[in-house]
Design a protein around this ligand. Structure first.
Ligand code: DAH
Length: 347
């Protein structure tokens, strides 16, 4: 019987020596250490042996079992180590490779365009004046000569931040245009002449489509001084348009209406795509609207602290995104706020 146990051990260890992976290891365990293995069967049969042999054979049987279990444990570790070494060899990581350089970003197309506009107007003596996005009804409308219930309020769909009830004059809102900044700039600079542009986001309570967003940029301009005339407005707009859109652009002024200017004009340029011939983009008119503008209304001058008897001024307000759509043939205004890098990287 002793010989039988020795044979079991020798045989098991010999087979184990040729095991090199998990599957073979599991097979080996089933064959040599599980319930139906020769060893376990031998140990189970102890009771059938003559009494005097039982202790001796039982002891030897347990010895073989411990030996095999120990060998199994060692083999298990060896197999794992081998598997690890194999996978490292196959999927080698080269730690000497230089790291990847982070790619430097660049300014958003809107920021680039704003800076270009600052430069063009800066060279004409305009400084940039920042005004708040959250405004009061008074600044956004009232002080700009749009009293409560004035029908001109319908020109701007408004995001109210509180209840506009109670005459409307106590309401807080997201500015619908950059024009309220005119009052703030004048009140800060009075009694000095004013020459500022007021860039920033404006907000309209509107359906978002490919052509209109509920937020977009405007650039407001304001000049207040002695003897400023419509000719100054025309010269300024003409120069700005030539610098921004090319020296061969034709510019036209046509009568319009805004409550805060008198007279009011609309500034157009010939279509950048068809050069005035007429196309889908300019709706076959040959012209594109660039800006609303006009001579600052006497009421607005007074609200800014300037006497209309001594001072005059011009103002304009132009949207930014729409002209970019045209310049770069972008067909969806939502791209400006979508943060899609495939779009942004093109500029
Ligand atoms: N605030 C006007 C708007 O958002 C644009 C505008 C028109 C601004 C005429 C002006 C101006 O300063 O003189 O529709």
């Amino acid at each position: 019987m002793d010989n039988h146990l020795d044979a079991i051990q020798t045989e098991a260890l010999a087979v184990l020596a040729s095991v090199h992976d998990q599957a073979a290891l599991r097979e080996w365990h089933a064959a040599h250490l599980a319930k139906k293995s020769p060893l376990m069967l031998a140990l189970g049969d102890l009771g059938k042996l003559p009494k005097e042999q039982r202790a001796e054979i039982g002891r030897r049987g347990n010895e073989v079992k411990r030996t095999l279990e120990a060998a199994y444990g060692e083999k298990e570790q060896a197999v794992q180590a081998e598997a690890l070494a194999r996978s490292l060899g196959e999927n080698a990581v080269d730690v000497t490779l230089p790291g990847r350089q982070p790619r430097p970003g660049h300014l958003h197309i809107s920021t680039q365009t704003l800076r270009h506009i600052y430069q063009v107007f800066g060279e004409m003596g305009f400084q940039v004046y920042e005004a708040p996005d959250v405004e009061t009804d008074e600044f956004n409308f009232g002080l700009l000569n749009i009293p409560p219930y004035h029908p001109a309020r319908d020109m701007w769909d408004t995001f109210w931040l509180d209840n506009p009830q109670g005459g409307g004059s106590r309401g807080t809102l997201l500015r619908t245009h950059t024009s309220p900044g005119q009052i703030r700039a004048m009140r800060e600079m009075v009694p000095n002449p004013v020459r500022v542009i007021l860039p920033g986001k404006v907000y309209r309570y509107e359906q978002i489509t490919a052509r209109s967003e509920h937020q977009f940029y405007q650039i407001e301009g304001l000049a207040v001084g002695h003897g400023i005339t419509l000719a100054d407005l025309k010269g300024t707009m003409l120069n700005a348009i030539h610098r921004l859109y090319g020296a061969d652009r034709t510019v036209r002024f046509r009568g319009s209406y805004f409550p805060f200017t008198e007279p009011s004009v609309e500034v157009d340029m010939d279509c950048v795509l068809c050069n005035g011939v007429g196309c889908r983009v300019c709706k076959y008119t040959g012209w594109l609207e660039v800006s609303g503008a006009g001579m600052v209304h006497p009421v607005v001058l007074r609200n800014g602290g300037y006497s209309p008897d001594e001072w005059s001024g011009f103002a304009f307000g132009m949207g930014m995104e729409r002209s970019l759509l045209l310049k770069y043939s972008i067909d969806d205004i939502r791209m400006f706020y979508g943060n899609d890098l495939r779009f942004l990287r093109q500029f």
